[in-house]
Design a protein around this ligand. Sequence first.
Ligand code: FMN
Length: 187
Amino acid sequence: MDCLNPALDLLLNRRSCHQLSRPAPSDNDLALILQAALRVPDFQRLRPFRFLVARDEGLDRLGLAMQRAALAAEKPEKVVARASQMPHRAPLVIVVVASPKPSDKVSVFDQQLCAASTVLTMQLAARALNYGGIWRSGWVMYDRGFHRELGLTDSEQIVGLLYLGTPTGDEEPASSTENIHDFMTWL
Ligand SMILES: Cc1cc2nc3c(=O)[nH]c(=O)nc-3n(C[C@H](O)[C@H](O)[C@H](O)COP(=O)(O)O)c2cc1C
């Protein structure tokens, strides 16, 4: 969809990239991406999120944690064999953790939504810096053994694994054939 406003252009034409290679976001760009995450709406500013960032050998460590979790969960052989390579689908992976804080006012679900909104925010910030990214879940997002492998507490929950890097190949244009009226109802 053509749009002259750069912010709207980013929102209207954002695409996920499955194929990502080096370079990963530089340290400066990663700092900007994380700064953008810190600007998500956050009820009572509880900061109910944290980010586990992997690149280089960190990707190996993350892959081994996935493999140990796959073994512990008795996943099929194929899944175990693939697990250690999963993070290597991009040069940088951010595991986004919802880390709810005690609150009488803000529900755990609100806090998880807040954390989840950092994933898209970071994907968009990365896109603005000319990187590509994809928000993934997969079995690891629900596997408590994997959570423990990463040192998460019982109250914490992974809400996304954001894979970031440089897109390889041509990006398909975002589809604009859907009709907003199929999704909205005036009350
Ligand atoms: C919570 C969540 C989890 C997702 N998990 C996966 C996943 O594990 N694997 C995958 O290929 N896409 C996953 N997706 C979808 C991709 O992020 C992406 O939206 C999809 O490939 C469509 O591409 P597009 O964003 O360019 O429309 C997930 C999306 C969300 C919101």
